[in-house]
Design a protein around this ligand. Structure first.
Ligand code: ATP
Ligand code: MG
Length: 440
């Protein structure tokens, strides 16, 4: 990719309308462009990052045996009337009428639609459990859309749904998603803590929000600091049975605002372990039994008796995660964005100093570019005539993890190489290839 031909509209300064660093950086590096309040276009840089996050989310859903489907964004009001939520959902739901005057809506979530799919497809308990997910745009007419992709009206969500015969089986499905979320956020290099949460308009009585601690978060959380050690324990994820893993987390107090109780907090947490802070909700899982299956008549045959299936739903804010990762990783003071390698918009940037009458640096850069491309290393070459220092500044802001600088003093196969945030060292080109391939 050539910078001169890319759609990466970098701004010189932070736009004044952006109040938090993720929103500032996303506008400044041209990752997104607002099209109307709380509705954004995703430009190449932002779109690439979001797609990489989406892929990690997908792989971890596939790993627990969830089946990917795709439901539409537009839904009929009929099924929402069956569940009783057409009235209940309130003003966040965008209601639409078609030319036949039929009531439609832009889906804010998909419990009804998936239940409808389930009830018309699955008849026997022998087909259970069924775990399905899709990754699709949602619309919620938020009263105060703000902070860029953090709270928009149109946003990209992974939502999964589980169907089981018994409460016990359903808990097992819940625990599978619980584990899969821990793994997903770990791969994104995030520390997202599961906190006991309220179920809101989705309903039910068992629920966890996965929260990243951040000053700019909109969720208030109360926790025992020791839960961070559980979260950092890699071994626990692989070795413990699902129930043991849940128990491990249950040992420590960790709740969102709605579940907070001062008395419980005081009894369960010593003052030095108490943490009252703010966080960003990046995922939310719910168990709600037959809340939808009963009114919508979604049942299976179990040895001649009709059993309403027990359901759960599981959301990840894929587009919100882009902003959340910036909040967690952006070094605002030095203007350096440290994307985890797995989701960085490019792996490597080649920054040649280009002189009017001497094309040697550009040619050298092109050769390196070709080689990296042949190794599937996602590379951008800055072929503009800006100065090296302004190129370096730009790619620190964009957050490209590996940078190859071809300046005045570059001898034949020796160039400046740096990992973002570190100093550059003169390195042989062959050596650079090895380092990058090793880290990918
Ligand atoms: P919030 O409390 O932040 O409004 P919610 O509890 O209404 O979110 P859920 O129904 O649990 O959201 O949706 C699942 C996930 O989708 C959330 O954990 C969050 O990451 C994401 N999400 C929800 N609303 C928005 C929004 N307006 N903009 C971006 N992402 C969102
Ligand atoms: Mg939620």
């Amino acid at each position: 990719m050539y910078f001169s031909k890319s759609l990466i509209p970098i701004l010189k300064n932070n736009p004044s309308e952006a109040k938090i660093k993720s929103h500032q950086l996303m506008l400044r590096t041209g990752m997104i462009k607002q099209s109307s309040a709380g509705i954004y276009s995703w430009l190449p840089l932002g779109f690439k990052v979001m797609k990489k996050i989406e892929q990690i989310v997908r792989e971890e859903q596939d790993r627990i045996g969830a089946q990917e489907i795709l439901m539409p964004t537009i839904q009929s009001s009929e099924i929402w009337k069956e569940s009783g939520r057409y009235e209940d959902y309130g003003e966040e739901m965008l209601r639409i009428k078609d030319r036949q005057n039929r009531e439609l809506l832009y889906g804010p979530t998909n419990e009804e639609l998936i239940t409808e799919i389930f009830r018309s497809s699955i008849k026997s308990y022998k087909s259970l459990p069924q775990l399905m997910y899709h990754i699709q745009w949602k619309f919620r007419d938020e009263l105060r859309p703000r902070f860029g992709v953090m709270r928009c009206r149109e946003f990209y969500m992974k939502d999964a749904y589980s169907f089981d015969l018994t409460d016990e089986d359903a808990q097992h499905s819940y625990n599978k998603f619980f584990l899969s979320y821990l793994k997903t956020f770990k791969r994104l290099d995030l520390s997202a803590i599961p906190m006991a949460a309220d179920t809101g308009p989705i309903g039910g009585n068992l629920s966890h929000e996965f929260v990243i601690i951040a000053d700019t978060g909109e969720s208030k959380v109360y926790t025992d600091r020791r839960i961070f050690d559980v979260n950092n324990d890699e071994v626990a994820l692989d070795k413990k049975s699902l129930m043991d893993l849940r128990k491990e987390y249950n040992k420590y107090y960790a709740v969102t605002d709605e579940k907070f109780n001062q008395n419980e907090f005081d009894i369960n947490v010593t003052s030095e372990n108490k943490l009252e802070t703010k966080g960003i909700e990046v995922g939310h899982i719910f168990y709600f039994g037959d809340k939808y299956s009963k009114p919508m008549n979604a049942s299976v045959d179990f040895n001649g008796s009709k059993e309403f299936v027990k359901m759960g739903s599981y959301g990840v804010g894929v587009s919100r995660l882009v902003g959340a990762i910036i909040e967690a990783k952006y070094d605002e003071k030095n203007e350096i964005m440290k994307w985890p390698l797995a989701i960085s918009p490019f792996h490597c940037a080649i920054l040649p100093q280009i002189n009017k009458n001497d094309k040697t640096n550009l040619e050298k850069a092109l050769n390196i570019h070709e080689h990296l491309k042949s190794k599937n290393i996602d590379t951008i070459i800055d072929d503009t005539d800006e100065s090296i220092s302004s190129k370096m500044k730009k790619f620190n802001l964009i957050g490209v993890p590996f940078q190859i600088i071809i300046g005045k003093k570059s001898e034949d196969d020796l160039v400046e190489f740096k990992e973002i945030g570190k100093d550059a060292t003169k390195t042989k080109i062959e050596e650079i290839y090895k380092i990058i391939i090793n880290k990918l």
